[in-house]
Design a protein around this ligand. Sequence first.
Ligand code: NAD
Length: 438
Amino acid sequence: MDLLEKIKNRQALVGVIGLGYVGLPLALRFFEVGFPVLGFDTDPKKVELLNRGESYIKHIPSERLAEAGRSPEGKGKFSATADLGRLGEPEALLICVPTPLTSKREPDLRYVENTARQIAKTLRPGQLVSLESTTYPGTTEELVLPLLSGRLRVGQDFFLVFSPEREDPGNPRFQVSTIPKVVGGVTPACLEHGVALYSQVIEQIVPVSSTRAAEMSKLLENIYRAVNIALVNELKILCLRMGVDIFEVIEASKTKPFGFQAFYPGPGLGGHCIPIDPFYLTWKAREYDFSTRFIELAGEINSYMPYFVVQRVTEILNDRGKSLGGAHILVLGLAYKRDVGDARESPGLKIMNLLRQRGAAVSYNDPYIPQYIGGRHYPGLEITSAPLNQETLQQADLVLLVTDHSDYDYPWIASQAKLILDTRNAFKGIRGDHIYQA
Ligand SMILES: NC(=O)c1ccc[n+]([C@@H]2O[C@H](COP(=O)([O-])OP(=O)(O)OC[C@H]3O[C@@H](n4cnc5c(N)ncnc54)[C@H](O)[C@@H]3O)[C@@H](O)[C@H]2O)c1
């Protein structure tokens, strides 16, 4: 049976490499439509948890994994392994490993490269490899392909595509199956195999003419967000000076039925994607003697936002005759966005760090992040979420709302806190001269 047939019959073993925010939901989707799935992750703790049917990602319920372990009627089989020596087993290999920036803000393709080297060791005829990690145009053909093509020919013996992930963690309106998926192949046969596989699990596939076009389309989406968020962030600062409510303005502009999409200001960018991905293109553009000015400017404005929030905290305390040094600030929300437990690149961390450097006593509450331990940017940091009760609210000189989780009872918080600085318009409609916007 050839690969296309195995895909159609849902007998192809699907290997998902990197069982994180992107890889895990994708693996579960393939399992749920009947494919056998083998997940790979270099973190043995995650592998162990997943094999026990326990999810380590808050918005992915453990029930979905528990079911995966039992391989029920009509569904596939799911298991996870840390043994990359088994990469020769699956027919399809979907690479969902991290693509961060180095400390010099250059693409860090270590994970993709290591994975490609591992795949190369056991690559065999009839395997399809798809890179899903966000990266600059050219990665699939310039980095991955040379590592894979030794004795085997691409498009004949094995197939290689790039298909960017569009996961929006925690957004209940979209599932893997309903988010259209872009696919670009190294050859027409590669594209045909990629489209065949993804169309088994996703309603709409968008084939494009090359892997570069697919890589660039993902970056365009994220750059579009970064630039538009920077625009509203800048306008927010101006509106505050003018005494105009930017959120009211956006609601009004949003009623235009064409040519406008609403973006919202905030305390700064966070997450694995928007603060990072645009700079993959900036780096690549240098090879073409080209400077990506919109990306740089957006980056400048967005990375200034945590400093702006801290400046607002200082001014507001000052108005009340208090200085930031020695003040007790309670930060609400450490996650980079609403209703997720992910603090990667979160502006909340930056803000807490800046407040501490300026002498404030800072605590935080986040129902999704009971504890936060260091990480690349804040080594040595170890903090625990404070309970959100009358006492913690009343003790704080200022309550700083960084992430607007839906669990928070805003009218109650407003009734208890002495001073509030709201970076998300979460206290909309609640009156009080102790509530400020930032
Ligand atoms: N999180 C999102 O919302 C999102 C959305 C779209 C695209 N992306 C992109 O998807 C990619 C993955 O992001 P993520 O958020 O899922 O990351 P993640 O950190 O949640 O998951 C990556 C996983 O890969 C594992 N891993 C690292 N190296 C490995 C290796 N060599 N072999 C096997 N496993 C390995 C890690 O242990 C981790 O579990 C990135 O390129 C990201 O930019 C993320």
